[in-house]
Design a protein around this ligand. Sequence first.
Ligand SMILES: Nc1nc2c(c(=O)[nH]1)N[C@H]1C(S)=C(S)[C@@H](COP(=O)(O)OP(=O)(O)OC[C@H]3O[C@@H](n4cnc5c(=O)[nH]c(N)nc54)[C@H](O)[C@@H]3O)O[C@H]1N2
Ligand SMILES: Nc1nc2c(c(=O)[nH]1)N[C@H]1C(S)=C(S)[C@@H](COP(=O)(O)OP(=O)(O)OC[C@H]3O[C@@H](n4cnc5c(=O)[nH]c(N)nc54)[C@H](O)[C@@H]3O)O[C@H]1N2
Ligand SMILES: [Mo]
Length: 767
Amino acid sequence: MTRKPPAEDPGDARLRVGPPKEYAAGLPAVTSSLRHAGEQMGARRSLLTLLRVNQKEGFDCPGCAWPEPEHRHRAEFCENGAKAVAEEATVRRVTPDFFAEHTLEDLLPRSDYWLGQQGRLTHPMYRPAGDDRYRPISWDDAFAVIARELAALDHPDQAAFYTSGRASNEAAFLYQLFVRMLGTNNLPDCSNMCHESSGSALTETIGIGKGSVSLEDLYEADLILVVGQNPGTNHPRMLSALETAKQRGARVIAVNPLPEAGLLRFKNPQKPSGVIGGGTKLADQFLQIRLGGDQALFQAFNRLLLEAEDEAPGTCLDTSFIERYTHGFEEFAEHARKASWEEILQATGLPEEEIREAFRQVLAAEKIVVCWAMGLTQHKHSVPTIRDVVNFLLLRGNIGRPGAGLCPVRGHSNVQGDRTMGIYEKPDGAFLDALGAEFAFTPPRHHGHDAVDSIRAMRDGDVRVFVALGGNFVAAAPDTDLTEQALRRCRLTVQISTKLNRSHVIAGEQALILPCLGRTEADLRPGGPQLVTVEDSMGMVHLSRGRLAPASEHLLSEVAIICRMARAALGEAGPQVPWEDFASDYDCIRDRIERVIPGFEDFNTRVRQPGGFALPHPPRDERRFTTATGLANFTANVLESPKVPPGRLLLQTLRSHDQYNTTVYGLDDRYRGVHQGRRVLFLHPDDLTERGLADGDLVDIVSEYGDGVERRAPSFRTVSYPTPRGCCAAYFPETNVLVPLDSTAAISNTPTSKSVVVRLEPRSADA
Ligand SMILES: Nc1nc2c(c(=O)[nH]1)N[C@H]1C(S)=C(S)[C@@H](COP(=O)(O)OP(=O)(O)OC[C@H]3O[C@@H](n4cnc5c(=O)[nH]c(N)nc54)[C@H](O)[C@@H]3O)O[C@H]1N2
Ligand SMILES: Nc1nc2c(c(=O)[nH]1)N[C@H]1C(S)=C(S)[C@@H](COP(=O)(O)OP(=O)(O)OC[C@H]3O[C@@H](n4cnc5c(=O)[nH]c(N)nc54)[C@H](O)[C@@H]3O)O[C@H]1N2
Ligand SMILES: [Mo]
């Protein structure tokens, strides 16, 4: 299958490539955020809007899930937060006139960038079966279509309900309630493609699928490992936290195949010295690891820790912690001692001396935090890798004490909260019991489909209605061609969205677009102006209140849409739920959340305290581990690393500096030196030479999975880049076409977006 490049960037004629940057933020970040905001919103609206981001009375930044510090700056946002806000608060509009002008066929060749640039959706729209375009529809009629198609199913499991991690706690709670009342647990979410591997590994080993540190812990750490994460682009406010930690004496080790600018040096744009000065050096050591080599690195550390303890017993490991709080140490240790250096060096691609140098930092540190993101979670062996990270921290008691712990850095601003609210295809029994008791119904117990299984089920005709609460499923999912076919087989696809995207264009036989309010907008309901709540990456729950006038008078809030959809679909015969009260006063929803989900006691009061409140985290708070053994589990994991046949490369698909997942803000990747184009492939100069290629040549990237399907992404410009030999990188979503649906992480079923085996085929410039 070959995917043509979008119509408006043929071979990226304007693409320019220069040297990568050696620092993040600084003055260019300030000018870039103001430029994006100005283009989308105009000057006055930009200023008023940006000053409310992450303020105690303002809205939660729709960018990433990094927490807000106690002492906020007047402008507590970053360049990329500003872009996320500008993208939503834009004054551009996609009205019924737009859809009258553009058939679906017209929209098909457009790029994700072009689609996003058209602006905010203003009216509910319906594409009837057989029609070539969307037409306006009333809200009542739209809900009637959904009710009709759901009623026509043989079984509720023939519907799937996706969630992207921007939905508020209130929307997520009602959504899963509605779906379970309908009778299914088919609740795939973006987390399935994101941090699911972290959740799987942490739940088994420490009893809770969330990180164990607060911001304060990061400030107090002696050593911070930033592994498989590009904070300069994806969590820019984390750089300020790392800066504070460094000023208090922490050391930082970056583990990444790429020398990301944000890991090297940071010029804090919120301080005068950061705008004009030299900035803060962040990473003390940079381990340029091979893709998928992290498990080997942590196994090396674990072996070295055990050997250090053997040499000087009682000096290295925290034996009292191990005895009192953990299970499985002996079996783990026996396995860990046997880790083979040959395999470690091969998998990491690092010189032994560099690993030993990093280990000296580990030994010298009392308190260690390990931070990670997609570089660890999107591999075949992600779950064992993260288990080995847990082993590493357990050995020296680095969980459940100040300055130390696990820090999976979440993506979407409320992805963690959505899971807390029950957006999960494999809910646990206690949660279902509480939900059923509160609303007097019997929730379904059988597990539902995750994201990958939902695609399979749509492909096979087993799921016929697909509803998405936010996100852009078709572009975010793997195996684009297959996913598109799967969605097109549906009887009905429904997208609850703020902005136009590819998932509106690749639609089921019938399709609905339900336009909703965004975070930045005032949510005026019959019960007065409403607030929503979110949970950040560190388990802090706080309020978010939008102030801007809605993009259109026809928008409904996500909560209102879910309530009306539920009423229409469940009908009068359904269980008695006060959907109307919920839709007019969100405090009523929070009262119910409080009764169903532990940790939300006195929710409405506590969330109104400045800064909100922290959810309980037993390992962090009291070293209590609610696992099957009642203890923190050491695990013995077979060492794995990606196997790449001769002549092939391993491709990671990642984010540029100018995108938010599938939303492309602009065509630059400033830190990596790329301007005005996205079809670039970063690879080692020797890998170019070996193929008789030079920097700037055009190639097709062909994925080799061995299932007989040809997956090809045509016409990428090669960029000679400092990445390990054999490892290359290109942007998602353009390269999702290369990620095979069946190539997923063991246990978590997350697509292996960071390890795709590919070959390159040269292409002449005029092909
Ligand atoms: N501006 C902006 N902010 C975002 C997002 C966005 O798209 N734009 N997305 C949000 C979301 S949903 C998420 S999940 C996060 C994503 O945040 P990240 O995980 O930082 O996102 P990626 O661009 O996928 O970057 C992966 C990083 O891991 C490295 N890496 C890849 N493979 C490996 C490996 O095998 N080992 C190691 N050690 N490193 C590896 C890559 O070189 C890269 O630096 O960001 C969130 N924040
Ligand atoms: N190859 C590859 N694929 C990946 C990844 C990768 O690294 N490589 N990363 C994966 C990861 S980590 C993630 S999290 C997923 C992301 O998958 P998704 O969450 O599905 O995708 P987004 O691009 O974040 O969704 C953007 C759309 O959300 C809608 N939207 C924005 N704000 C709101 C809102 O407030 N309410 C509603 N209802 N809609 C809103 C807009 O219409 C916008 O077009 O992609 C995954 N896919
Ligand atoms: Mo994510």
